[in-house]
Write a protein that binds this ligand. Structure first.
Ligand code: M6R
Length: 608
């Protein structure tokens, strides 16, 4: 989604803004822009459609040594991707960058007759509205911003500068993140702390309903109702190396390959193989509260939803007297669901900023239900608003396609289920295999990634010309198939869908022909033989099957077999998902598409 950066200090603002915007590229964007102000207020506004490199071409002819400025990467919502719709937007003496959506922009626009609109954006309306209260500097900028925001409905993270006060940036947020980086004699802003790395480790996370006036050596925060807020300075935990490719061609491959380490971070201090228990401090629920849980709602979008769905299969196998309802946030937020007593909601999100997931969290909290975050991004909005939570600690995920977060989200949720089971008195003999398998999973993941890598690369090369894929699985392999199909479609643009094997004959079997391949996930276990019968049905109709299995005796005449040699009885689907991740990666490389920033998508979906 859109990204914001800003700088005020003694260094070259253009340099900071461009490098900051590059750090935010991963979020997805279609145009970019910056404005800087000289000491006398002269503004240099540069905007370009497309990649930041296009903006840099303009910059090369417009180098300035200004010490203050704001910048933006835009992901189009209102108006096509174009230079005129790119931010910053100007109105009178002010410039504004905006993340989010102003819902009542049409209504507001009607009242702003004096401003000549140049773009089709809701953001320019907000700029014009602020300017209407600013009255060419007759009121302090921050007051004009506050007056305008009181009339704006919707979501925003904004930064505003004025030619008439070229030593200050005014920022505000409601529903769209904003971080203030505190340096020595310089202050920075960003919509994502990764843009601040290498400049400062000290950050202030603005809360919804807060506005701040930022100068090079001061930050003053207040609420929209003019109540002063004392700034809480926090340490940014991420390191610069975590947001670099580290020798890999793409962030996606790096993130797939670092899953042994990232899962280890999720497990650190939480698994006790000696007594066969797991312990999660973050949720903050007492044994008694855990014992009482009868209903678990799991909320997420995209991959986070798939993680919740997969975890629900595991949790219901080990936790008695519990019903689990995994839900898609964008649907659930508008449903009239009845939430029974003794419910707990798990709110799953890598970024911790997904608008639909956040909206569900707020709705669920209103109903008095305890909310537990399964979040990666530290200090994110969801992490701060849940009642308790478990960070998955996988480090920054830069590639738009989520990979390492999925693996850790599933395991974190299974561990949460295990803490409920422990409290409900489930026998150690039931839980022990889970504890042991979780503890060894990082190593098993490492072995799997090494042993299947070349084979998956070959198979993906073979199917690179296909445009249709069907992912199939049963039981825990079904949500895994859903996740595999999502991964493939979002980066390789192959039309991939997932079905439960048992559903094939209810419709999808009609699709089988030479245009399609079938990616069959076949873990050993209770339903293996039934899944094999389904594969036979596909083969009998001329399907092109790629089988992924850990059954050594597998001998069907499929087109390709990817064997898992590293053993995990319980978590074989997690290992199969590694195969799906690599397969999607190599299909995309073979097709020549942008692996890390697929078209039309954004990493953090902060609009509805
Ligand atoms: O940051 P979140 O986990 O809340 O994001 C949810 C989805 O937007 C995300 O998983 C999306 O589906 C990814 N592109 C999947 O790879």
């Amino acid at each position: 989604m859109c990204g914001i950066v800003g700088y005020v200090g003694s260094k070259n603002a253009q340099d900071f803004l461009i490098s900051g915007l590059k750090r935010l590229e991963y979020r997805g964007y279609d145009s970019a822009g910056i404005v800087t102000l000289a000491e006398d207020g002269t503004a240099t506004l540069l905007r370009a459609k497309g990649k930041i490199s296009n903006l840099e071409e303009k910059l090369a002819k417009n180098k300035r040594n200004d010490k203050i400025g704001i910048g933006h990467t835009r992901w189009a919502t209102h108006g096509e991707p174009s230079e005129k719709n790119a931010h910053p937007h100007q109105a009178g003496e002010i410039y504004l960058v905006h993340n989010g959506i102003i819902e009542n922009y049409k209504e507001l626009k009607q009242q702003l007759k004096e401003h000549e609109f140049k773009s089709e954006t809701d953001s320019e309306v907000l700029a014009a509205l602020i300017n209407s209260f600013y009255k060419d500097g007759k009121h302090p900028l921050i007051n004009a911003v506050v007056q305008a925001l009181k009339l704006a409905k919707g979501t925003y993270g904004i930064a505003v500068v004025s030619k008439l006060s070229p030593d200050e940036i005014v920022v505000a947020r409601s529903g769209s993140p904003l971080v203030i980086g505190v340096g020595h004699g310089e202050t920075m802003i960003a919509s994502d702390a990764s843009a601040l790395l290498g400049h400062t480790k000290q950050a202030i996370y603005l809360n919804d309903g807060e506005v701040a006036m930022i100068k090079k050596d001061s930050v003053e925060i207040k609420t929209l109702n003019a109540e002063p807020v004392s700034a809480k300075v926090e340490e940014i935990e991420t390191n610069l190396s975590a947001i670099q490719k580290g020798g890999y061609d793409h962030f996606l491959l790096k993130e797939i390959m670092e899953q042994p380490e990232s899962l280890n971070e999720t497990l650190r201090g939480r698994v006790n193989t000696e007594d066969g228990t797991v312990r999660l401090g973050g949720p903050g629920l007492t044994e008694n509260q855990l014992r009482q849980i009868k209903h678990l709602i799991i909320v997420g979008c995209g991959t986070a939803y798939h993680a919740g769905l997969l975890a629900s299969y595991y949790i219901e196998k080990i936790t008695p007297e519990i019903t689990i309802e995994p839900v898609i946030a964008s649907e659930y937020r508008y449903r009239q669901s009845y939430i029974p007593e003794d419910s707990v909601a798990l709110i799953v999100s890598q970024s911790g900023e997904t608008a639909d997931t956040l909206a569900c969290l707020r709705e669920i909290k209103k109903q008095g239900v305890t909310t537990i975050g399964i979040v990666n991004a530290i200090g994110s909005t969801i992490a701060r608003e849940v009642d308790g939570g478990t960070y998955v600690h996988v480090g920054p995920e830069i590639s738009v396609a989520s990979t390492k977060a999925f693996t850790s989200q599933v395991i974190a949720m299974v561990m949460f289920g295990m803490t409920i089971a422990q409290a409900k008195g489930v026998r150690t003999s039931v839980l022990r295999p889970y504890v042991d398998e979780i503890a060894k999973l990082p190593e098993v993941i490492r072995e799997t990634l090494e042993s299947v890598h070349e084979k998956v690369k070959d198979v993906a090369g073979k199917y690179a010309s296909y445009e249709h894929g069907i992912y199939l699985g049963r039981d825990t392999a079904y949500p895994t198939a859903m996740e595999g199909a999502l991964k493939l479609k979002e980066i390789s643009y192959v039309d991939a869908n997932a079905y439960a094997f048992g559903e094939l004959k209810h419709g999808p079997l009609a699709l089988i022909d030479d245009r399609f391949f079938e990616f069959a996930l076949l873990p050993k276990g209770e339903l293996y033989d039934k899944a094999i019968s389904n594969v036979q049905e596909v083969l009998a109709r001329g399907g092109h099957v790629i089988a992924v299995t850990n059954e050594k005796k597998f001998d069907l005449p499929v087109d390709d077999v990817i064997n898992l040699t590293a053993e995990s009885e319980i978590f074989a689907p997690i290992l199969m998902n590694l195969v799906s991740q690599l397969f999607a990666y190599y299909m995309t490389v073979a097709k020549g598409y942008d692996v890390d920033q697929p078209r039309n998508l954004a990493k953090s979906v902060t609009v509805e």
